[in-house]
Design a protein around this ligand. Structure first.
Ligand SMILES: [Fe+2]
Ligand SMILES: [Fe+2]
Length: 165
């Protein structure tokens, strides 16, 4: 059996998140269209723009390790996104839709935070300083988005969901 090391893990996980980001890029406009609350809509749209930049950063990281940018099917993100789609269908035209969408979006952010956190520490371990910087930038955006969503849930979205239509 060939020896696999942290370099291999790093590369495999980079492919995983690259795939995930591209799926997220496709899902966010749908979520923005579905959201009823204007601030939630805007948050999804803004994060779609950020996601484009994050994909560019990932391409740079692939370049730094001398590999071609490519994705590897990530079952976790597929599952999280399809749960979001289920909510869009099942809660369509109901006051609870936004709260469901917001929760689905936070599940996505938490997945990303977990992945980027791991990639940052592996890049550090591997001495990939430039990669650490790029990955940390994205990690900060994901965390900020997560906090923004928590704020929206607390101030508007959850209480709106509690009211009858
Ligand atoms: Fe992202
Ligand atoms: Fe994100």
């Amino acid at each position: 059996m060939a020896t696999k090391t942290l370099d291999d893990l790093f590369y495999e996980t980079l492919k995983d998140i690259y795939y995930a980001e591209r799926q997220i890029l496709k899902a966010l406009p749908k979520m923005a269209r579905a959201a009823q609350d204007e601030k939630l809509k805007a948050a999804f749209q803004d994060h779609k723009d950020e996601t484009e930049g994050q994909i560019e950063r990932l391409k740079q990281v692939f370049e730094l390790i001398g590999k071609r940018a490519r994705g590897k099917t990530c079952d976790a993100i597929e599952g999280i996104i399809s749960e979001g789609e289920e909510i869009m269908e099942e809660f369509k035209d109901t006051p609870a839709l936004d709260a469901g969408l917001l929760a689905a979006a936070q599940a996505v952010e938490h997945y990303e935070i977990s992945r980027y956190g791991t990639l940052c520490s592996w890049a550090q371990q591997l001495g990939l300083k430039d990669a650490v910087k790029l990955l940390e930038e994205t990690l900060a955006e994901e965390s900020k988005t997560d906090e923004k969503l928590t704020g929206l849930a607390k101030t508007a979205v959850n209480s709106a969901a509690q009211k009858a239509a």
